[in-house]
Design a protein around this ligand. Structure first.
Ligand SMILES: [Fe+2]
Length: 182
């Protein structure tokens, strides 16, 4: 799994700055690669797992496993990023930052095989939620240079930006034999 998901990103960042125009084709390549990967029929402890960190700090890959009925806060990444879904589905709300205000742009329901690319200022702010039942959501998240692995930015109830501490990475041993190629 790892090489087929790293290569499209490594090649894109090596060729120059990642923009919306270059990120969307990269996402398409990743979705094609992800379609060749089959997950084992078991659940993982929820949380995030670090799959790969570029030695030059240009990007990282994380596996996010969501609990059922999860409702996340509106948060930003301050760098380009993307996510796609291996299993289950996400509700996604996207926001654009316009004149210093965070404005709702769209809401969508994304199922397995779906993905989204974002790049500030386009839809850097977003939030995701999961359904209360159904398959456990397993997704991949890739973030560009400058992503803070430990501290994130989110909006509080008054619309003010606050920083929060991200959870620790899960033990990679849970991922052993979790995927195979079709
Ligand atoms: Fe996010």
């Amino acid at each position: 799994m790892i090489p087929t998901l790293i290569d499209p990103v490594a090649q894109t960042v090596a060729a120059g700055p990642v923009t919306i125009d270059r990120g969307i084709p990269m996402l398409h390549r990743l979705l094609q690669a992800a379609a060749q990967i089959q997950l084992a029929d078991r659940e993982l402890p929820y949380g995030r797992y670090l799959l790969h960190a570029d030695p030059e700090g240009r990007f990282n890959l994380q596996l996010d496993v969501f609990s059922r009925g999860y409702v996340g806060g509106i948060h930003a990444h301050r760098t380009w990023g993307l996510f796609f879904i291996f299993r289950g589905a996400l509700y996604v709300d996207d926001y654009n930052e316009v004149d210093g205000k965070v404005i709702h742009a769209r809401s969508s329901f994304m199922g397995a095989g779906g993905g989204q690319f974002f790049c500030p200022p386009q839809a850097d702010w977003h939030r995701v939620a999961t359904r209360p039942d159904g398959p456990q959501v397993v997704s991949v998240h890739i973030y560009g240079q400058g992503f803070d692995m430990d501290v994130g930015e989110a909006l509080n109830g008054e619309g003010q930006v606050r920083s929060y501490r991200r959870g620790a990475f899960g033990d990679p041993k849970h991922l052993e034999n979790f995927w195979s190629y079709r």
